[in-house]
Design a binder for this molecule. Structure first.
Ligand SMILES: Nc1ncnc2c1ncn2[C@@H]1O[C@H](COP(=O)(O)OP(=O)(O)OP(=O)(O)O)[C@@H](O)[C@H]1O
Ligand SMILES: [Mg+2]
Length: 225
């Protein structure tokens, strides 16, 4: 059995609206590919999560509850995505254990977050580690990992490849400012390093990226290994 995990960033799934066109294209693309037997798909929170969180923050709501609200948003996004697949779970697992059991029953297991303090980046590497997937596609709204946030710094340079250690150093530097976005958090990269999971960070709106990775292991984004 060949396993793969895809982390579908909320930044592409939930923009100003629920991005159903993208969900449909994504499901058509991966359903055509036979080079992998089982897919774990972890969906992020995107604008839905961010809007609830930023509104509630103004009322000094506890961060743990804000995380819980964000997790529920990821699960709504995940449930919406299941409707585009024939052979996927219809109930969203809330733990890595439950998702792992579901992998026996479905070709696609789709989930969101698990618990406060864990991002969906971390959930996706934990799921990959548990089911023995050696490849993780991190599909997001930028086309790779840059020396700095490319949406804020026009001079940032894109990396074709990064070592785990260099990616971790960059993620630490990125996460210093309050409320900054990050390509992946430190915990997720540390799990990937210990499990030897190769990560492809790519623009998730571009279906060619999924095809190229799934069929020949190549991409135009950044490979972390
Ligand atoms: N060094 C960097 N390289 C690439 N992107 C970076 C970097 N630093 C910060 N970013 C920002 O990280 C963002 C991606 O993270 P973000 O959490 O917003 O998206 P996501 O993970 O796809 O969505 P979600 O968290 O909702 O699932 C990019 O839009 C980019 O602006
Ligand atoms: Mg994110």
């Amino acid at each position: 059995m060949k396993y793969i995990v895809i982390s579908l960033g909320g930044s592409i799934i939930s923009t100003d609206k629920l991005n159903l066109e993208l969900m449909e294209k994504f499901s058509d693309t991966v359903s055509d590919i036979k080079s992998y037997d089982k897919f774990g798909i972890v969906v992020g929170g995107g604008k839905l999560a961010r809007s609830y969180i930023s509104d509630l923050k103004r009322y000094n709501v506890n961060d743990n509850i804000l995380d819980e609200i964000g997790i529920n948003a990821t699960r709504i996004n995940a449930l919406a995505l299941t409707t585009f697949f024939d052979d996927a779970n219809s109930k969203i697992p809330t733990t890595i254990n439950d998702a792992t059991e579901m992998v026996h029953n479905y070709r696609y297991v789709i989930m969101g977050g698990t618990e406060p303090g864990h991002t969906t980046d971390t959930v996706s590497t934990l799921l990959a580690e548990r089911i023995g997937a050696k490849i993780l596609i991190n599909a997001t709204s930028v086309d790779g990992v840059y020396s700095d946030d490319p949406k804020k710094n026009k001079n940032a340079e894109k990396f074709n490849e990064l070592s785990y250690n260099d990616a971790i150093d960059l993620s630490i530097r990125n996460s210093k400012g309050a409320g900054t976005n990050n390509f992946m958090d430190i915990t997720s990269l540390t799990i990937a390093r210990r499990a030897g999971i190769k990560i492809y960070v790519v623009n998730g709106n571009n279906m060619e990226e999924y095809r190229n990775i799934l069929l020949n292991g190549k991409c135009n984004g950044t490979i972390i290994s």
